[in-house]
Design a protein around this ligand. Structure first.
Ligand code: PAF
Length: 285
């Protein structure tokens, strides 16, 4: 496994594969790797001739300095894991390499970012769009692998890839969960034992809502019950719990499952603070 730290080294090392028609798979990460990331790596190893994992905690996507500072950084551990999975290259740039100058470009994703995460984390998707564009330019991947857990991020990146004609195919991989259902996330390692227990409320509420909806309960009735479940837990604050059309992320206001458009896919999306850790999750219906 080779470590690449600069754009120049990336061109130098990776162009040779492109020139002989080998495909490059990119798994973009911010490190603190877990099974979810390793699952993306596995998919890339299966589909692509060469697998590159990037590790970069991107400052421009944090709208809160404390969150950026507290973001777990475990590079040595990450590198060992990636080596054991047979990754070919790790792109490990520093902030100066990625941002030699302050990015002034602003990406506006319209109605895709005025809801859910975008509504609560102003500027977040601008930062994601900028860094992912940079990674696509630097690595020039044929395939890029993203987790379904970040449903809105996937929608935004898909829009960006189409709007800017990036020649990369996005591969979206289902969320990997702990045995009890908690979605794997780098942030989970910051949960204390009590919060780790409480964090299950995200998944359990979505499973409850899905089952109730399928059993014919109205969305209006359910939303109140869900809010109540979150309110009962100490130190847990629900930020949103929404039902969306999976492809467009349009928020669904229909009250009853029989009103749903049979030709469309739907997902539940939620975010909550558990202690001072902000978690997100989603579940297809
Ligand atoms: O999903 C993430 O870890 C990040 O948002 C990404 C895609 C690596 C961009 O920094």
């Amino acid at each position: 496994m080779k470590i690449i730290k600069t754009k120049h080294q990336a061109k130098d090392q990776l162009l040779k594969y492109k020139n002989v028609g080998k495909s490059i798979g990119l798994v973009p990460t911010m490190g603190a790797l877990h099974e979810g990331h390793l699952n993306l790596v596995e998919k890339s190893k299966y589909h692509s001739d060469v697998t590159v994992v990037s590790i970069f905690v991107n400052p421009t996507q944090f709208n809160n300095l404390a969150d950026l500072e507290k973001y777990p950084r475990t590079v040595e551990e990450d590198l060992k894991l990636l080596e054991s999975k047979g990754v070919d290259y790790v792109f490990l740039p520093d902030v100066e390499e990625m941002y030699p100058q302050e990015a002034k470009l602003k990406m506006d994703f319209g109605d895709l970012e005025t809801i859910l995460e975008g509504a609560l984390r102003p500027g977040h998707f601008n930062g994601v769009g900028i860094v992912v564009s940079k990674l696509f330019h630097i690595i020039n991947p044929d395939y890029a692998y993203f987790g379904q857990k970040d449903l809105q991020q996937v929608a935004i990146i898909r829009q960006m890839v189409n709007d800017l004609s990036f020649g990369v195919e996005l591969v979206v991989v289902p969320t990997v969960r702990e045995a009890d259902g908690l979605a794997m996330s780098s942030r989970n390692r910051r949960l204390n034992p009590a919060d780790r227990k409480n964090a299950l409320v995200l998944y359990e509420s979505m499973v409850f809502a899905k089952n109730e909806l399928l059993a014919g309960r109205t969305w209006f009735e359910l939303k109140d019950k869900i809010q109540h479940k979150f309110n009962q837990l100490d130190g847990v604050k629900l930020e949103y719990f929404e039902l969306v059309e999976t492809d467009t992320l349009n928020i669904v206001v229909e009250q009853h499952i029989t009103d749903f458009d049979q030709g469309k896919k739907y997902s539940l999306c939620t975010a909550a603070f558990v202690g001072d850790v902000r978690l997100i999750d989603n579940l297809p219906i």
